[in-house]
Design a protein around this ligand. Structure first.
Ligand code: NDP
Length: 333
C-alpha cells in the first residue's frame, strides 16, 4: 500500500521533495483494530500549515511521518467488535491507500440517504460545516444584509454565498477570472461578482454596495482582505475563515493595512477553527444534507484520480487551478 510521507520542510511552495510517496506492506491487524481501504481524500488549504513553520491551532506533522488528511473509506477486515467489513468510515487519517485504526480516528459514516458518497464526503466533512459555522455563528447575518465572500468559487466560498441567500442576504462573491465569476452568478446564485484578477476590488465593491458591507467572509487575506475592510459598514462583522494567499509565504506576512477601520467602522473581527465544532457535526450535516437534497445548496467537486496525484491536486488550491472542492479518488467507491 502506498503512503505519502512528510520528507522535507517546504521553503515557500510545496515542491517534489516536500512530500514523497512510499510503498509498504499492509500490516497484520491486532485485536481491537480494523483495516480501511481509502476511497476519497479531502485536500484542504490548511495542509500547507500542518507542514509549515507557524505556531498553528493543532500539532504540526513531525518530519518523517505520514501526511495527515480527512478520508472516507471502507472497512475490509476487522478485529474490532464495533466495526465489520463493508462499513463506511470517515475520519482524520493519513494520505494512504490502506489505514489501520482502532476507532479513535475513524467513525462510521452517518447514513445520508440519497447522497452519493463523493458528494456527502466532499461537502459535509470540511467545507459545508465551515461555511455554515463561519457565516451563521461568526458572521451572524440578518435578512437584507450585504455579504461579501472571497475565494467565492472555492469549496467553502461557493457554499457560503448560497447559505447567505437562503437566509435572505444579498451576496457579492470575489473570485479570480471571468469564468469563475460567471459561473458563480449563473450556477451558485451569487447576486454580484468581482473578478479580483481583472478589476479594482475596492472600486467594484463600493459600486456594488454603496451603503457598505455588513458581513465580510474572508478566505484569502492580503489585498483582497484590505479591500473588504475598506468598504465595511459601521458595526460590520468580519469572519476570518482562511488566509490562503499567505500560507506559502516563507517570511513575515504584511498587512492588513486597513486595520484602522476596526475603529473607524467599529468592526467585529473573529476567526474560528471548524475542528472546535466536531461535536455539533450531526446537526450541521443534517441541515446541509437537507438543503443539498432539496437542490437549494449546489456544489461542484474537483475529483483527481490516484493517490500518486495527491500533491498535484493539493497545489491546485494555491494556484486557483481548482474548480470546486478538491478531493482525490484513491480507490473505487
Ligand atoms: P478553495 O476550494 O477555496 O481553493 C482555494 C482558492 O483560493 C483557490 O481556488 C483560489 O481561488 C483562491 N486563492 C488561492 N491563492 C490565492 C491568492 N494568492 N490570492 C487570491 N486567491 C487565492 O479552498 P477551500 O475551500 O478548501 O479553503 C478556502 C479557505 O478556507 C482557505 O483559506 C482555508 O484555509 C479556509 N478554511 C478554513 C477552515 C477553518 O476552520 N477556519 C476550514 C476549511 C477551510 P481563485 O481562483 O478565485 O483565485
Amino acid at each position: 500500500a502506498r503512503h505519502w510521507y512528510y520528507n522535507q520542510p517546504p521553503k515557500g511552495d510545496i515542491d517534489a521533495q516536500t512530500l514523497v510517496l512510499r510503498s509498504e506492506p499492509v500490516p497484520a491487524l491486532e485485536d481491537g483494530e480494523f483495516l480501511i481501504r481509502a476511497v476519497y481524500m479531502s485536500l484542504d488549504a490548511t495542509h500547507r500549515l500542518w507542514i509549515g513553520e507557524w505556531d498553528i491551532y493543532m500539532d504540526r506533522i513531525p518530519l518523517g511521518e505520514r501526511m495527515r488528511g480527512f478520508l472516507v473509506g471502507e472497512v475490509v477486515e476487522s478485529r474490532h467488535a464495533g466495526y465489520q467489513a463493508g462499513d463506511r468510515v470517515v475520519g482524520l487519517g493519513t494520505w494512504s491507500e490502506y489505514l489501520v485504526d482502532d476507532g479513535s480516528a475513524f467513525q462510521k459514516l452517518p447514513p445520508l440517504p440519497g447522497l452519493p458518497l463523493a458528494d456527502a464526503f466532499g461537502v459535509l466533512t470540511v467545507a459545508g460545516p465551515t461555511a455554515l459555522v463561519g457565516l451563521m455563528e461568526i458572521g451572524k447575518p440578518k435578512p437584507g444584509d450585504t455579504v461579501v465572500v472571497t475565494a467565492a468559487a472555492g469549496a467553502v466560498g461557493m457554499l457560503v454565498g448560497q447559505i447567505a441567500k437562503i437566509h435572505g442576504c444579498r451576496t457579492i462573491g470575489v473570485a479570480g477570472g471571468r469564468e469563475k465569476c460567471d459561473w458563480l452568478k449563473r450556477e451558485m446564485g451569487y447576486d454580484e461578482v468581482v473578478d479580483y484578477k481583472n478589476e479594482n476590488v475596492v472600486e467594484r465593491l463600493k459600486a456594488l454596495a454603496p451603503g457598505g458591507v455588513d458581513v465580510h467572509f474572508e478566505n484569502v487575506g492580503g489585498d483582497v482582505l484590505d479591500a473588504g475592510l475598506t468598504v465595511m459598514k459601521d458595526f460590520g462583522r468580519v469572519v476570518i475563515c482562511g488566509l490562503i494567499s499567505t500560507y506559502n509565504a516563507s517570511g513575515p506576512v504584511p498587512g492588513p493595512y486597513m486595520f484602522r477601520n476596526l475603529i473607524m467602522r467599529r468592526l467585529t473581527v473573529q476567526g474560528f477553527v471548524i475542528l472546535d465544532y466536531l461535536d455539533r457535526y450531526p446537526e450541521f450535516q443534517q441541515k446541509l444534507a437537507g438543503w443539498m437534497l432539496e437542490g437549494r445548496l449546489k456544489y461542484r467537486l474537483h475529483v483527481v484520480d490516484g493517490i500518486e496525484n495527491a500533491v498535484d491536486a493539493l497545489k491546485l488550491l494555491y494556484s486557483g487551478g481548482n474548480n470546486g472542492k478538491v478531493m482525490v479518488r484513491i480507490g473505487p467507491d
